[in-house]
Design a protein around this ligand. Structure first.
Ligand SMILES: [Zn+2]
Length: 144
């Protein structure tokens, strides 16, 4: 029997992690993407830095195409940063580097739901490497 305490924060994180795990990998979604490096730092809504810059390399064969980074606010509810769209735009334009900033759209804490947004800022830089574009599917060639 399941008896869980109401926790919108944990529910949300669980939901997002299920969504992430269910998504296809980056190399399945973007066949020409060969390598991805992500650098990011967290800032308060006022733009004050909270920690050092983090940098890591993602293997597109294993990383999921729902690409999210957690908000640094331990009390944050239903926010976090979803870089999936930024990544999709970058690959579509075959950009080698992309920088951007996102404000967390979650709530500051579970006691401020529907009242105060989190708005912590993530500043990120994506570095992308591409291989040869995969050949077009054979069905398109048969039409000739
Ligand atoms: Zn947040």
């Amino acid at each position: 029997m399941h008896h869980q305490r109401f926790s919108p924060r944990a529910d949300y994180r669980l939901e997002q992690s299920v969504r992430t795990k269910a998504s296809i990998t980056l190399s399945e979604k973007f066949r020409e993407l060969k390598a991805l490096t992500v650098e990011f730092g967290y800032f308060t809504a006022q733009g004050v830095t909270r920690n050092s810059q983090i940098k890591y390399t993602v293997n597109p064969d294993f990383a999921k195409s729902v690409f999210r980074l957690d908000c640094m606010n331990q009390e944050c509810c239903c926010g976090d940063y979803d870089l999936s769209d930024a990544l999709t735009r970058a690959v579509a334009a075959r950009q080698a580097t992309v920088t951007g900033e996102m404000a967390c759209q979650g709530w500051l804490s579970k006691t401020t739901i529907d009242r105060i947004h989190c708005l912590n800022i993530l500043r990120y830089k994506l570095t992308l490497e591409y291989g040869k574009r995969a050949p077009k599917p054979a069905t398109q060639l048969q039409a000739v």
